[in-house]
Design a protein around this ligand. Structure first.
Ligand SMILES: [Ca+2]
Ligand SMILES: [Ca+2]
Length: 237
């Protein structure tokens, strides 16, 4: 992955710089050893098979963003490639206990590095940077995987000896304008703000796309024509 305008102070959490743009989040599950490895459960990590940590190697995890503030060390004791993909699942010698949960990292030279998106204010893992062997034009190419492929999820869970991935439901709840998971009277105010002042709404509810959550007539935008539909779901709930 190429980060335009890359600046270690802003983009590399291991620099422990106050400018780091992810400083508000917990990156404790993004580990590194001789290769990247990101936690997906208490004792399993994901990476790229072509650039995976070797068996017996040590993975370092940092409970805070500060690499000088203590380190948690674990050893890779097992690994397997998921199907024919470049997705790699590694097993640690013992659970990390409380690390991980919300993590992210962007870096250059990053095979095995994770990609995240923010859902409900927390980073959610969406991909591992890996290598594709066939670009469809007779060559080879590099791309991000998307972990949320159904067959890969099943294969990962089956290989984790009773541990499992925590999946996030990205289904949009129509009318949940304040993103609290329910549609009720508390959504009336935000709905009105979205209609009248998009800038204010975006600042108050950055995780909500009003043209998706507030679109009740299916034309892809929130307008006064959606008031009737919104009123019905609020009244029902
Ligand atoms: Ca709501
Ligand atoms: Ca609409």
């Amino acid at each position: 992955m190429l980060v335009f305008g890359y600046d270690p102070a802003r983009h590399d959490r291991f620099q422990n710089d106050s400018l780091f743009l992810g400083s508000e989040f917990n990156w404790s599950g993004v580990g590194r050893g001789n290769r990247w490895a990101v936690l997906v459960s208490d004792s399993y990590v994901l990476g790229a098979a072509h650039s995976a940590p070797s068996i017996g190697s040590t993975i370092e995890f940092y409970p805070t963003n500060d690499p000088s503030d203590g380190v948690v060390l674990r050893t890779v004791i097992g690994a397997q490639q998921i199907g024919q993909s470049d997705l790699w699942l590694g097993q640690l010698d013992r659970p990390v206990g409380g690390l991980g949960q919300d993590d992210s990292m962007l870096s250059g030279g990053d095979s095995g590095g994770p990609t995240f998106t923010i859902v409900n204010g927390k980073p959610v893992l969406v991909g591992i940077h890996w290598f594709t062997y066939d670009d469809g034009n007779g060559g080879i190419g590099s791309a991000d995987s998307i972990v949320a492929d159904v067959s890969q999820i099943a294969a990962l869970n089956a290989a984790m000896n009773g541990e499992s991935l925590s999946l996030v439901n990205l289904t949009v709840l129509a009318g949940d304008m304040n993103a609290d998971g329910v549609v009720d009277n508390l959504d009336v105010g935000p709905f009105a703000i979205a209609l009248l002042d998009r800038m204010t709404f975006a600042q108050a509810y950055p995780e909500v796309d009003p043209d998706v959550t507030g679109d009740f007539n299916g034309d892809g935008v929130l307008t006064n024509s959606d008031i009737d539909g919104f009123s019905r779901v609020v009244a029902v709930d």
